[in-house]
Design a protein around this ligand. Structure first.
Ligand code: TXA
Ligand code: MG
Length: 326
């Protein structure tokens, strides 16, 4: 994406949270301080805003994102807690701990933000500015670190500006952050697992759980039915229906996932990722359309070619993973 937006920087004073919430509500992208690192936030329930976020970061693939909420009650609207996870949340939130949990039945977070998984990563940040923004906005905010993909995570507003000026709408400057490394991620609560070491020490978590945290190993992956660290798996979100890539024609028993104005004719079950050929729109629709076509009873989902540029690279990465036999 060419840097083309005007990026406003606001000091974190009395009106900043309202401005940030308004921007989020309009589908905008805001950088804001959390206690760990600056986050790049988007409305988690708005797939188009989430797609813009991936694009602004230049993420090569749609890693699932962490949904940030203002308190445990809001977290319980989007995720299902068991006794162990509730205990950790009550002990360490707000704070640098992310929990990967089963999605709540009516979870409003877009499938794109969770990369089509049935689980969701949730966190209640401790920074007062983050808290005020989340409270003012009233919906979950997905936020990876506010840097270009592959760069070091930002701990000041100036770091954010040097990476993302022209790519995002607003930066809320709350000064340097306190923790400086990302949150610790814990998941897999039947066997609690440390998915990412981070700002909350493992020992503190183990003391509260009264048991050691497992580590991610090849074996853990092989035996789990739901992927715990999806970025590490070849097949990430795979529909049950076989996926055929680069389709130039459609067979009678196939569903069609189209892209662009020149759609292949004749499909009974057809959805177009973006009739206008807009890759941001296509990314926003990708996971939910794959899910919808998966219910049509077709032999195969035939996918038209998507250009391998901008968000197209991430779309194609995800489509290739979806096409890997499971
Ligand atoms: O401290 C932090 O956590 C920062 C601040 C901004 O809050 N955010 C952050 O987000 O580090 P990000 O996107 O860089 O890291 C998210 C991590 C990824 O490694 C991703 O694979 C994992 O969380 N993740 C998200 N959802 C997941 C899920 N359902 N299952 C397993 N891992 C998940
Ligand atoms: Mg990061």
């Amino acid at each position: 994406m060419k840097p083309s937006l005007t990026t406003t920087i606001l000091p974190a004073d009395g009106t900043a949270a309202e401005a940030a919430a308004d921007c989020l509500a309009g589908g905008g992208l805001i950088a804001f301080p959390t206690e760990t690192v600056y986050g790049l936030g988007a409305d988690a329930t708005n797939a188009r805003a989430v797609a813009r976020l991936y694009e602004a970061k230049g993420r090569p693939s749609f890693n699932p994102l962490i949904a940030h909420v203002c308190d445990l009650k809001a977290a319980q609207d989007i995720a299902r807690f068991d006794q162990r996870s509730l205990r950790l949340a009550e002990t360490f939130w707000p704070g640098p701990l992310t929990l990967v949990l089963p999605k709540a039945p009516d979870c409003p977070v877009s499938d794109l933000a969770t990369a089509g998984l049935d689980s969701i990563a949730v966190r209640v940040p401790a920074h007062p500015v983050a808290h005020d923004i989340l409270r003012a906005f009233g919906r979950p905010v997905v936020a990876p670190s506010a840097n270009i993909s592959g760069h070091v995570s930002p701990t000041t507003a100036a770091h954010v500006f040097s990476d993302l000026a022209g790519r995002i709408d607003l930066i809320i400057d709350g000064g340097p952050v306190s923790v400086g490394v990302e949150s610790t991620i814990v998941g897999g609560f039947e066997i609690p697992l440390l998915l990412r070491p981070g700002g909350l020490p493992r020992e503190d978590i183990e003391r509260v759980l009264g048991e050691p945290l497992g580590r991610i190993t090849a074996e853990t992956h092989a035996t789990e039915t739901s992927p715990l660290a999806p970025g590490m798996l070849a097949s990430h979100y795979a529909p049950r229906t076989t996926v055929r890539l680069n389709a130039k024609h459609l067979d009678a028993d196939e569903a069609l996932l189209a892209f662009g104005p020149e759609e292949i004719p004749g499909g009974a079950a057809a959805m177009n990722l973006s009739p206008a050929g807009d890759l941001v729109e296509a990314a926003a629709n990708l996971f939910s359309y794959l899910r919808a076509l998966d219910t049509k009873g077709a032999r195969t989902i035939a996918v038209m070619p998507v250009p391998d540029e901008g968000l197209g690279e991430a779309i194609n990465d995800r489509l290739r993973r979806a096409a890997v036999p499971t």
